[in-house]
Design a protein around this ligand. Structure first.
Ligand code: ADP
Ligand code: MG
Length: 739
């Protein structure tokens, strides 16, 4: 059966060559019970490992059934081991976390047997070694002798022609030892049993051959009973492990050691939540920076806003608005575009509310608190649901009167109030009805808006006065006391005229702003001084100021109180905004998407920030990956023996990889599911974790799936890497490294 001719084994260790054994010649037959003795270090284990194909040899030739093996590949030896060899070790090499039954079963599962068809066979063998009452006991709870009997059962179950036992009684007391030898002897019928022992008396009565080794050589080879008619060995039948059994083992391994399960679970939970949080944080800052995009001119850069003015530069008429409103994709039109982009203060006593001013015509929501306005001095406040004012200061706001001040534009110099407004209704804004990016908006009557618009036109206009062929700059004011076509000017201006004759002189007023230009040609009817100021203009004496020109109210309004020159439309469907722009153009308008007004510089800056964020996110995920990888590797290192044992029992690289992969997959999936359940509970407020709920709102189902794939791929990579390391060396080398 087995023949060794001049076989030598060398160990190469960091450049030093050590000899395992030298020039061994040996012939062993089926039916023999071979006992090998010798001092420690004499090469017994090395010989057994070479014979059982666990280790390679360097010199000579080993014949199996007359066939040379010196050219054997790893794969050939694997096949040889699975057909011929069962090992029993001094240190048992059992899976401590498995039961007796599971340990015996493992060999068969790894060799492609179906679970149900081997049950009786396993129970029979367990009975033969006398462990029936312990069949469901974990091996870690057994005594040494019992453990070795499990190892024998495991060696028997595959029914291989050769059983190799390296000091099987070395760790046992005398009684257990002789029991073990007795069982081995029973098994030995029709097999070749090779056993290493120090205690030759124990085996003397059974042995058919006794071999003595010393310093790597055989010094005595005594045949006690000659085997003449060697039987042909019955090769053990094996198949590759079925995928089903791989899953069975993978899942069994997930849970069989609780501390390992908990550790891996914790690491997977950590990495899943870290990756999800990092990704969600990235999404959150991304979304926020999107809405933070800004422009000097326009604050509301909503994607559905189009800013329009007329190609002929005239102001909008009701007819224009009607045409625009008839377009299909128009959600609503904000006529007074100027108010969208600035916030206006409403003040009372010690409190100011800042918000944009909108026409009550545009109010589409519902009143959540209070009622609809009933006259032109009542307004609606629209505030975010969670805004401080609504939550904490409602009684300071509702039904309270605020003053709206004159434009706070570039020329603002006073805090003259336009009028008093009372907040009678509140609309709570959900985030999706985004009219603009401000926290508050006020819906007021059209008259409030036109008053303020006029005021704003004045603020943003340049005024030139032509008097006596010279241009000067003055401010225009309205006064009820001034007749149409006339102007009242400061008394000092008379010095520009010969004989100071200013009355009845012509005066021209030119105003211009980005929307329009206008002029007014008047005649000076009078001059004011400090003393006659109040009488002439009808104004309070505190308003006295030398650089003003008073004109009739109606003419003043003709200069400033213009209809809108610029409006905004909001579309329903952003997808077809380009079509809407085309339609607006054909109505004689200049449409511009508000989102196009994002400042270039800001956009570039935002893009750089975005790239940095992407890189940081990727780096963080990679770093997390490696931290987890290292931790998992350390946890798995303690499993080296388990996987090497699998390998010795016949598992291939692919099998080990797959079984480990399934274990990590099951564990990471459980961790991921727990995390998702946790997030769900925060979302439905069973667990109070506002930040997590907020973060998770930035994750969609797709992203949960994507992150799950990331975690799964990671666990696959780890199992691949770990399996490769396990198979880098011979099984016995890997095993010895760890024992
Ligand atoms: P025994 O089992 O008889 O006690 P071994 O077969 O374990 O002896 O060892 C035989 C010789 O081979 C010893 O000199 C030992 O030092 C050497 N040896 C065994 N294993 C290794 C190894 N992995 N690397 C280097 N030398 C080894
Ligand atoms: Mg040894």
């Amino acid at each position: 059966m087995l023949e060794l001719k001049n076989v030598s084994k060398f160990y190469y260790n960091k450049g030093i060559i050590a000899s395992g054994f030298t020039k061994i010649n040996l012939e062993l037959k089926i039916g023999e019970f071979v006992a090998i003795t010798g001092e420690s270090g004499s090469g017994k284990s090395t010989l057994l490992n070479v014979i059982s194909g666990l280790d390679s040899y360097e010199e000579g030739e080993m014949y199996i059934n007359g066939k040379e093996t010196s050219h054997y590949t790893e794969k050939d030896f694997e096949d040889y081991r699975r057909k011929y060899i069962a090992n029993i070790f001094q240190s048992f090499n059992l899976i401590n976390s498995y039961t007796v039954y599971q340990n015996v079963e493992l060999v068969l599962l790894l060799n492609g047997y179906k679970k149900h068809e081997v049950k009786q066979k396993i129970l029979d063998i367990i009975e033969q070694v006398g462990l029936t009452q312990f069949k469901n006991t974990k091996v870690s709870k057994l005594s040494g002798g019992q453990k070795q009997r499990v190892a024998i059962a495991r060696a028997m179950v595959k029914d291989t022609p050769i059983i190799v036992a390296d000091e099987p009684t070395g760790n046992l007391d005398t009684k257990s030892a002789s029991e073990v030898i007795e069982i081995l002897k029973k098994v030995a019928k029709d097999k070749l049993v090779i056993i290493v022992t120090h205690n030759i008396e124990q085996v003397e009565q059974y042995a058919t051959r006794i071999i003595k080794m010393n310093d790597g050589r055989i010094i005595e080879n005594r045949e006690i009973k000659k085997i003449t008619d060697e039987k042909t060995p019955n090769e053990s039948v094996y198949n590759n492990i079925s995928i089903f059994n791989k899953y069975r083992l993978g899942i069994r391994n997930t849970f069989n050691i609780f501390s390992k399960f908990a550790l891996l679970f914790t690491v997977f939970l950590f990495i899943s939540s870290a990756i999800l949080a990092e990704y969600a944080g990235f999404q959150m800052s991304e979304k926020e920076s999107e809405s933070e995009g800004y422009s000097i001119a326009f604050k509301d850069l909503s994607k559905n806003r189009i800013i329009i003015n007329k190609k002929d530069r005239t102001s909008f008429t009701d007819e224009d608005y009607e045409k625009i409103n008839n377009l299909a994709n128009i959600d609503y039109v904000v006529k007074d575009d100027v108010f969208i982009d600035r916030s206006i203060p409403l003040s009372k006593d010690d409190m100011s509310l800042y918000g944009t001013l909108l026409n009550i015509e545009n109010f589409k929501g519902n009143i959540d608190i209070g009622r609809m306005p009933e006259n032109e001095n009542e307004i609606i406040l629209m505030a975010k649901e969670d805004s401080f004012y609504v939550k904490e200061e409602l009684d300071q706001i509702l039904n309270k009167t605020f003053s709206i001040l004159k434009s706070q534009g570039i020329n603002a110099y006073n805090d003259e109030k336009v009028r008093d407004l009372t907040i009678v209704g509140i609309h709570l804004r959900k985030d999706e009805d985004s009219v603009n990016n401000y926290d508050c908006s006020f819906y007021a009557d059209n008259s409030v808006l036109s008053e303020l618009r006029s005021d704003m036109n004045k603020d943003y206009s340049t005024v030139k006065i032509l008097l006596n062929n010279k241009y000067t700059q003055y401010t225009i004011e309205a006064s009820e006391n001034v007749e149409k076509g006339k102007a009242i000017v400061d008394d000092d201006l008379k010095y520009q005229f010969k004989n100071f004759k200013i009355v009845n002189q012509p005066i021209s007023i030119y105003i211009s702003n980005i929307y329009y230009q206008d002029e007014l040609n008047l005649t000076i009817s009078n001059t004011y001084t400090k003393s006659n100021f109040k009488k002439l203009t009808g104004k309070d004496k505190y308003d006295y100021n030398r650089y003003k020109i008073y004109v009739n109210k109606e003419e003043y309004d003709s200069l400033y109180n213009k209809p809108s020159y610029q409006s905004s439309v909001y579309v329903k469907d952003v997808e077809v905004i380009e079509e809407t722009i085309g339609e607006l153009e054909s109505l004689g308008l200049n449409p511009k998407k508000a989102s196009d007004f994002k400042i270039d510089q800001g956009e570039q800056y935002a893009r750089i920030i975005q790239i940095i964020k992407v890189i940081v996110t990727i780096i963080l995920i990679i770093v997390l990956f490696f931290i987890s990888y290292l931790i998992i590797k350390v946890i798995l290192k303690s499993r080296n023996i388990y996987y090497t044992t699998l390998r010795m029992l016949g598992a291939t690289y692919k099998d080990v990889k797959r079984i480990l992969e399934i274990e990590l997959f099951v564990n990471s999936t459980i961790a991921y599911l727990c995390l998702i359940i946790f997030i769900y509970l925060t979302n439905i407020n069973v667990i109070n974790a506002v930040y997590i709920a907020r973060l998770s709102s930035y994750l969609t189902l797709r992203e949960y799936a994507l992150m799950y794939i990331v975690v799964t791929v990671m666990s696959r990579l780890i199992s691949m890497n770990f399996a490769r390391k396990l198979f880098k060396n011979t099984a016995i080398h890997t095993y010895n490294e760890d024992v």
